[in-house]
Design a protein around this ligand. Structure first.
Ligand code: ASP
Length: 361
């Protein structure tokens, strides 16, 4: 005899309950505080989506996180454009926004798209109007720090003669580009200028993805970002693409991503990871499989692959979790720093090492 839908859903809820290990939150490495806050919400019995959004709001409002929300590095016009997506496991719903300007909390707007519209994704002007209709205030998201980095990037765009429209004119006294920068920004201290040169010449990746499981076996996720620095206005990365930057199926698990979104969109990484777990792969192998697909898109050409990195995060419904990156770490000047991700399973948040496909020498 076939089970009716009500019995089936009771059966699957019981399976989820019996397999649940308690509350677990994971995120990208910039999410130690986000995981902590999300765990506090879960401990108080809060919803998993409330938890992860409360967590990433910390990064969205932090001017020192230059990859998310307020203070994010801008597009090539000097305008901060934000992407975000949310998925709520219990109701199987999703929402997202892309190329949203002037609103500090794109994750909250993505949630409103999910809850207060009959759509899943809003972009650009339409997303902004929707946010304002729901009471969000417009504000300038470009901090002085990010503005200086953008100006340094502009000054570094030179023709084959070494000329830049955005630095000293041809008639200026001859000086080295580094001295020109010093003259252009006399009020900026050395360390800020050095950082601006670093991000202008080697645009960093960032983003925060945060995934949560509660003791009832419910799961949700969020990914929020200012996207790639210096992007073409209107460029949309993987973060707001349901299935690429985020995917949740609470009968299986959740996955998210940070890093070069273009590679993730081509492999629909988060959905592929969840499907891999559905078919029995542990979280680490599920992430590594997608990284191998990305590598295959470049015929395993390590020289071209070395130009970017991408990191996946996976949390299974039984609380098993992992993160894996294409490269073992990031080169920062001489040293390679190991890639990490953040975890909170009830105590203090901690960083754990990511697995990786290739070792950065
Ligand atoms: N994944 C983001 C994007 O491609 C960027 C990042 O993680 O830094 O927009």
């Amino acid at each position: 005899m076939a089970l009716g839908p009500a019995l089936l859903s009771m059966a699957s809820a019981a399976q989820v309950r019996s397999g649940s290990p308690g509350n677990v939150v994971i995120s990208s490495a910039n999410g130690l505080r986000a995981c902590q806050r999300a765990m506090e919400v879960l401990r108080q019995g809060g919803d998993t989506l409330d938890a992860v959004i409360a967590g990433v709001n910390i990064n969205e409002e932090d001017p020192e996180d230059n990859s998310v929300g307020y203070g994010g590095l801008p597009n090539e016009d000097g305008v901060v454009e934000l992407d975000a997506s949310v998925m709520h496991g219990p109701t199987r719903r999703a929402g997202s926004v892309a190329a949203l300007r002037n609103i500090k909390y794109p994750s909250r707007v993505a949630r409103l798209v999910m809850e207060r519209s009959d759509h899943i994704m809003l972009v650009g002007e339409g997303a902004l109007r929707f946010a304002k209709a729901h009471g969000f205030q417009e504000e300038n998201l470009l901090t002085d720090k990010s503005r200086i980095a953008w100006l340094v990037w502009k000054a570094n765009l030179r023709d084959s003669e070494g000329h830049s429209n955005w630095s000293d004119g041809l008639d200026a006294p001859v000086s080295k580009p580094s001295a020109q920068l010093r003259q252009m920004f006399p009020e900026v201290d050395e360390s800020l200028l050095a950082w601006a040169v670093e991000v202008a010449t080697r645009p960093p990746t960032g983003t925060i993805t945060c995934l949560a499981l509660n003791a009832k076996g419910e799961m949700s996720g969020v990914t929020t970002t200012s996207g790639l620095a210096w992007k073409i206005p209107g460029r949309v990365g993987d973060s707001p693409i349901i299935g690429a930057g985020l995917y949740v199926d609470q009968e299986v698990g959740a996955a998210g991503s940070t890093g070069r979104g273009e590679e993730n969109i081509r492999t629909v990484g988060a959905h592929t990871i969840v499907e891999n777990m559905r078919h029995g792969m542990p979280p680490k192998e599920a992430c590594l499989d997608v990284l191998k697909r990305i590598s295959r898109n470049y015929d395993q050409d390590l020289t071209r692959l070395a130009r970017f990195d991408i990191v996946f995060y996976a949390l299974r419904k039984d609380g098993a979790y992992a993160s894996a990156s294409l490269w073992s770490g990031r080169r920062q000047r001489e040293a390679v720093s190991t890639r990490k991700f953040a975890v909170n399973d009830g105590g203090e948040s901690r960083l754990e090492d990511c697995a990786f496909l290739y070792e950065r020498k």
